[in-house]
Design a binder for this molecule. Structure first.
Ligand SMILES: [Zn+2]
Length: 407
């Protein structure tokens, strides 16, 4: 997964000659050629922030806060002495071979990577969210975006009147700010997925803080919103990292079912394996495994394959579960950001509106579906949804080349 992410991140420097002007989310959302979608552009708020050294280099693991970041330093100083005294683990690439031999089998740090612990041992920390309390319900989310070629996929979700939770990487937000804005415009929920997408338990306290802090700052800069949720890349979290996240107002969200879509092309994982993983979830759902407690699925907007597979599997998931909802909706969190101008529907409101307005086969340029989804904005909302052209999904192949070749 990391190689393709890095390649996407590197597209900017590789293709500067193709840079073009693109200044609004509405403009960006109408581009249907994935090569054009993924042509780098300059967005002045990001350019200005980068010029003032407000952010670390994109895709580079954070080791220290920026020298001129007085707000970040003040916040870190306010929590540093209370961070639990737990040593960093392994390497940023996830090699724990020098750590696990001496790590106690009792898992004192509630280290998810060790035995999928989600109930912190440290008092005062909330359990991770790995499932949803609503029965026969799927908490629906996608990691690793915003992907520059995601328009066809987001168009499909809009056509289905389906909202989801998007776990965005800070470096991708800086590279593709208008694509990040589209999530808000479409009514999706945005959560944090760290700055450089490395194994978080390997970081120093300040580095881990910075990975979350600068992703929060990037999302705030671009969307005006401050998320209250995050997902650790690879699920790699322990009580030290949970504590740092909690002090930044971030609830830790994991999953109960891994589609393994991101692994295709690595470790001998095949397309058929991923389709079987999806089918296993569907079989579990139809056989009653989630009749008491719902599930959260791990999927990705990482590349064309993961997005295309999500589209192909959506009707089957829809048939297998009674409800598919963003995670905040499943939690009945109606104000999922620090800023209260974006509100989400309660679970009961969301499912009532979904059953009242069946999915559009074509949005026909009416824009009428924008009021029936999971969220509303009281300010600054984009009216772009009604302008989008119904989509065929064949189009994302252009970027697929980049994504798949890198794996
Ligand atoms: Zn990820």
């Amino acid at each position: 997964m990391i190689p393709s992410l890095l390649l996407l991140g590197l597209l900017g420097p590789v293709l500067p000659a193709l840079a073009q002007s693109r200044t609004s989310e509405a403009q960006e959302a109408q581009i249907s050629d994935p090569v054009q979608e993924c042509t780098p552009y300059s967005y002045s708020p990001v350019a200005a922030a980068v010029a003032s050294s407000a952010f670390p280099p994109i895709w580079t693991p954070v080791t220290a806060l920026q020298p001129n970041d007085s707000a970040g330093k003040a916040k870190f100083a306010s929590i540093n002495s209370s961070i639990p005294n737990i040593s960093p683990k392994g390497t940023m690439a996830g090699d724990f071979s020098n750590f696990t031999p001496t790590y106690p089998a009792t898992d004192p740090d509630c280290w998810w990577t060790f035995h999928q612990c989600v109930d912190p041992k440290l008092s005062g920390l909330q359990p991770d969210i790995a499932s949803v309390s609503e029965p026969k319900t799927l908490g629906y989310g996608f990691d690793d975006g915003p992907n520059c070629s995601h328009n066809a996929f987001y168009d499909y979700l809009t056509e289905q009147d389906q909202k989801a939770t998007m776990f965005y990487i800070g470096s991708n937000v800086m590279d593709w700010p208008l694509e990040a804005q589209r999530a808000v415009s479409d009514g999706h929920q945005i959560c944090v997925h760290t700055w450089s997408h490395r194994y978080m338990t390997s970081f120093s306290n300040e580095g881990a803080f910075g990975e979350l802090w600068y992703t929060l700052q990037a999302i705030k800069l671009v969307t005006g919103l401050t998320p209250t949720c995050w997902r650790p890349p690879f699920g790699d979290v322990d009580d030290r990292i949970r504590y740092i996240a909690s002090q930044l107002g971030l609830e830790t969200i994991l999953w109960k079912f891994d589609s393994n879509d991101w692994k295709v092309g690595t470790n001998n994982v095949t397309v058929a394996d991923v389709q079987q993983d999806y089918q296993n979830l569907i079989n579990n759902a139809t056989s009653g495994a989630f009749d008491t407690v719902g599930a959260i699925i791990l999927t990705h907007e990482l590349n064309n394959f993961t997005m295309q597979t999500a589209v192909e599997m959506y009707p089957k998931l829809k048939a297998a579960f009674d409800h598919i909802v963003p995670i905040a909706v499943a939690q009945n969190i109606t104000t999922p950001y620090v800023e209260k101008n974006v509100t989400f529907q309660t679970f009961s409101q969301y499912i009532a509106n979904q059953s009242a307005s069946p999915p559009n086969s074509s949005d026909g340029g009416s824009g009428g579906s924008s009021g029936s989804g999971g969220s509303s904005q009281s300010q600054g909302g984009s009216a772009a949804a009604g302008l989008r052209v119904p989509t065929t999904l064949a189009l994302a192949l252009g970027l697929a080349g980049f994504g798949m070749l890198a794996l």
